[in-house]
Write a protein that binds this ligand. Structure first.
Ligand code: NDP
Length: 326
């Protein structure tokens, strides 16, 4: 049997820097936000070791620590942080309907989407096996590169991310082999040139992954094939890095919100507004360009301010608490 319908002024979906920042602002503006953490509480940063580029942490901070502090800060202003996974929405009417774990139905005046993005993988069984075992497959060189110091690694991808990560790895590892599936990079010229001239990066064009090889526990190499000659060969490696892009976590919004061809939510430029009134977006769910914790936090702030302004315009009784604008 489904639970009683709950009514909320502000629902925040997602618990990365965007979601928690939106919560801090919304809570301080009397919007009584409820935040659902989603499948990966703390978001992508919980898989990151050291965060050195978030202003205010001169000595750096680990990703998980930063997320705990952000959660505490949101809770200090009485954000109701809950475990749960939003499985369905209906933004077709005046009331925005959201279902948590398929059972709990919530009706919201405003919704702030901060569902982020997830790294994409090739989908090979062997890749998934060693990823789950924590045995040498990673989608984040900055998080895990350290473990492969002075070792040989393989990285897949030819975009800006792959170039950035390959270059990062080249400073730690003995050798980085980069697998590029076409005969050219997708990355910007400057990023591609940087890896091309790095001595310990070997670029294999027209080369794809056939299998991640291992001893059952850890990666020992990668079998690849040239997609022109179909010739297969093995590359010894202890780490296999996948840098083929990210997928925004926006599937549940399809049909209600305008998404771009990759699934990123389209926002009205310069705002957090979506095509549905009262529904706002922040963080990586709408950002394929910057994808930084600090930019996510910034857009989380924007979403809360936009939601507050929306509520104030809609309901004269809603007292604008922050008075930071107008
Ligand atoms: P992109 O979508 O730009 O690139 C993905 C790369 O992965 C492409 O080269 C693609 O190959 C390759 N790829 C995809 N699927 C497979 C597969 N199954 N097997 C092998 N290769 C595959 O993603 P990025 O994450 O690199 O970048 C996303 C956005 O973020 C871009 O706009 C980028 O410019 C930006 N960015 C900017 C940075 C900066 O300026 N400092 C840093 C990082 C990202 P193919 O080319 O053949 O399609």
């Amino acid at each position: 049997m489904s639970e009683k319908i709950e009514k909320l002024k502000c629902l925040i979906i997602g618990s990365g820097p965007a979601g928690y920042t939106a919560a801090i602002y919304a809570a301080r503006a009397n919007m009584n936000p409820v935040l659902y953490q989603g499948e990966q509480p703390g978001g992508q940063l919980t898989t990151t070791n050291e965060v050195e580029n978030f202003p205010g942490y001169p000595d750096g901070v680990t990703g998980p620590e930063m997320m705990i502090e952000l959660q505490k800060q949101a809770e200090r202003f009485d954000t109701d942080v809950r475990n749960g996974w939003v499985t369905r929405v209906d933004f077709s009417g005046d009331v925005h309907k959201v279902w948590v774990n398929e059972t709990k139905e919530i009706h919201c005046d405003t919704v702030i989407i901060s569902t982020g993005a997830s790294a994409m993988y090739l989908g090979l069984d062997s890749e998934q096996k060693y990823l789950k075992l924590g045995g040498g497959v990673s989608a984040c060189a900055v998080c895990d590169g350290f473990f492969y110091r002075n070792q040989e690694v393989v990285i897949v991808g030819a975009g800006d991310s792959a170039c950035e990560e390959a270059h990062y790895l080249s400073k730690l590892c003995k050798k980085v082999t980069m697998l590029v599936r076409r005969d050219e990079f997708r990355a910007s010229k400057i990023m591609a040139a940087r890896v091309q001239k790095t001595e310990n990066i070997e670029i294999l064009y027209n080369t794809e992954t056939d299998e991640v090889l291992g001893d059952g526990q850890v990666v020992t190499g990668v079998r690849v094939f040239n997609n022109i000659t179909n010739k297969k060969f093995e590359i010894p490696a202890t780490g296999f890095f996948v840098a083929i892009g990210h997928k925004p976590n926006t599937d549940i919004f399809k049909g209600f919100l305008d998404l771009d061809e990759t699934g990123y939510i389209k926002n009205v430029p310069g705002t957090s507004k979506t095509n549905v009134e009262g529904v706002f977006v922040s963080g990586d769910a709408a950002d394929h360009v910057y994808r930084q914790a600090v930019t996510a936090a910034g857009t989380g702030c924007m979403a809360a301010l936009d939601a507050e302004r929306y509520l104030a315009a809609k309901d004269a009784d809603f007292e604008v608490a922050t008075s930071t604008y107008n």
